[in-house]
Design a binder for this molecule. Structure first.
Ligand code: PGA
Length: 252
């Protein structure tokens, strides 16, 4: 009942020309795909050309970040109005790299989430524990706090399109993937937390993606878990054939 969603997080990779050649190669590889929703998140500079290149296809385009304000004196930032104006439908919020290197906090995540919802942009909110937090048994507590703060003050009727991405920080770009069971367990914690805040019905409908070293050869075993509703893919989404293999995974 929850449509699988695959989002490519290209981070600070690919010039606009490289982004375009990706789309040219990738589009035919997923053209017949109706089971999944596909979102490409290129750099801000490549959003417009990628949006143009995916026109008429089953591929959507999202930003990797946005400011929470509609406009203002915020040098270097991009507003939800600007994203919306060019046709961007999704946005990543609170990726761990933004939390780690750009001082994003649970509070800024909450503001951005509210702003994305107000503008009708589907937020993909990233949460996940550090290695030290997992090793000291604090994973549930961290997820509970991050999800609770992200959703603070959000009315249940405004939550339909929220997507959460569980990305254990120790699994991002490291080649270490959470086992499917461990990921499913974290997803259950997140869903239970969402149910406590927004109600069981909304929690059951909310898609929770897994992210952290998802590759063509581990996608199926992760996606086979009923709790895992898709993936946020970094490294393996940079190559069209590799990302297409993930999107076209065979369920078992
Ligand atoms: P990875 O990145 O797939 O390269 O681990 C995932 C992410 O950061 O979203």
């Amino acid at each position: 009942m929850r449509k699988t969603l695959f989002a490519a997080n290209w981070k600070m990779y690919k010039t606009p020309a490289e982004a375009l050649s990706f789309v040219q190669a990738f589009r035919p590889l997923v053209a017949s795909q109706t089971r999944d929703e596909i979102v490409l998140c290129p750099s801000m500079l490549s959003l417009a050309p990628v949006l143009d290149a995916v026109k008429g296809s089953n591929i959507s385009v999202g930003a990797q970040n946005m400011h929470s304000s509609d406009e203002g004196a915020f040098t270097g930032e991009t507003s939800p109005i600007m994203l919306k104006a060019i046709g961007c439908t999704h946005v990543l919020i609170g990726h761990s790299e933004r939390r780690q290197y750009f001082n994003e906090t649970d509070d800024s995540v909450n503001l951005k989430l509210k702003s994305a919802l107000a503008h009708g942009i589907v937020p993909i909110v990233c949460v996940g524990e550090l290695l030290a937090e997992r090793e000291t048994g604090h994973t549930s507590e961290v997820l509970h706090r991050q999800v609770g703060n992200a959703l603070a003050g959000i009315a249940p009727e405004h939550t339909a399109p929220i997507v959460i991405a569980y990305e254990p920080v120790w699994a991002i770009g490291t080649g270490k993937t959470a086992t499917p069971e461990l990921a499913a367990d974290a997803h259950l914690t997140i869903r239970t937390t969402v149910a406590g805040i927004l109600g069981r019905d909304i929690a059951d409908k909310m898609r929770i993606l897994y992210g952290g070293s998802v590759k063509p050869d581990n996608a199926a075993s992760l996606l086979n878990q009923p709790e895992i509703d898709g993936a946020l893919v970094g490294g393996a989404s940079l190559d069209p054939a590799s990302f297409a293999k993930i999107v076209n995974y065979t369920s078992f």
